[in-house]
Design a binder for this molecule. Structure first.
Ligand code: GLP
Length: 271
């Protein structure tokens, strides 16, 4: 695992967008794993900008989102399908038939989960998986005690996640209590993954996920098992990390990161 600390949320999101763009340029028919959540909005805005201004091409790529709420129609304003449409799919030249999310209203959820797993397998697996992290330590909707080898399935949401996401549904609407999510095992099979976290609210959980023990209580800690995982955080989310000198040294000195050190649109250089 590598941890990269950027000065602020905008720089961190831009770095993730640049990693996705590099993947697409190297392999235009990449299979991308995508995530939702407020943190991702800046990433999709930057990818949209790159599409419009730099010709970043999405025409051949395929996408699989991590999760969806059980019970919500794809047209529901709070569904992740709708989020993806609004934030990215309608703004770039992606073929909508190549975009996949679990169906939250599938009559047989077990069959739907199996279909999703098989679909990912049938395209050869995920090349690059983008991840956020919930305050419960979840990746996707893999709440505490998700088996580290779990596959796509239905999962009950914890009170922490309900509290984190309920404001998005507004005061007059109950949010769903369950999600369909790729499993931790499904995520670990992606060839590369990049997790983005920003803001103080994520500081404690990032420290547990990155520097704590691998435990099913913090699903994101399973990423320590992944052979190629990068965690991108802003200074606020890095607050509780201990080995920050080492992480900063990696970004400043390792040749893999050289193309990303100059951020022409950046707000500053990480100290
Ligand atoms: C939801 C998604 C997660 C995501 C999380 C982060 O719960 N199911 O995949 O990581 O949101 O949310 P935010 O970026 O809004 O903090």
């Amino acid at each position: 695992m590598e941890v990269i600390i950027r000065p602020d949320e905008a720089d961190a999101a831009r770095l993730v967008a640049r990693l996705v763009a590099r993947q697409l340029r190297q392999k235009p028919d990449s299979v991308l794993g995508l995530a939702t959540g407020r943190t991702m909005e800046r990433v999709y805005a930057e990818l949209t900008r790159m599409h419009r201004k730099e010709g970043l091409d999405f025409s051949l790529c395929r996408t699989f989102n991590l999760d969806e709420y059980v019970g919500l129609a794809p047209t529901d304003p709070q569904s992740y399908r709708r989020f993806m449409g609004e934030q990215l799919f309608s703004k770039v030249n992606i073929d909508i038939r190549n975009t996949h999310l679990p169906h939250g209203q599938a009559p047989d959820l077990k069959a739907e989960c199996l279909r999703y797993e098989n679909l990912i397998r049938s395209v050869g697996g995920i090349d690059l998986q983008v991840l956020g992290i919930g305050e419960s330590g979840h990746i996707g909707f893999n709440e505490p005690l998700s088996a580290l080898q779990s596959r796509t399935r239905e999962k009950a949401l914890t009170p922490v996640t309900l509290a984190q996401n309920a404001p998005l549904f507004g005061p007059d609407r109950e949010m769903p209590t369950h999600g369909i999510t790729m499993g931790v095992g499904t995520i670990l099979e992606s060839r590369r993954c990049v997790l983005l976290a920003a803001g103080e609210a994520k500081a404690a959980v990032i420290a547990k996920a990155v520097e704590g023990p691998i435990t099913a209580m913090i699903s994101a800690s399973a990423l320590q098992l992944h052979p190629c995982c990068q965690v991108i955080v802003d200074e606020a989310a890095a607050r509780d990390l201990k080995a920050t000198d080492y992480y900063r040294w990696i970004f400043e000195n390792e040749s893999d990161w050289a193309p990303f050190r100059d951020d022409p649109r950046g707000s500053g250089v990480a100290k």
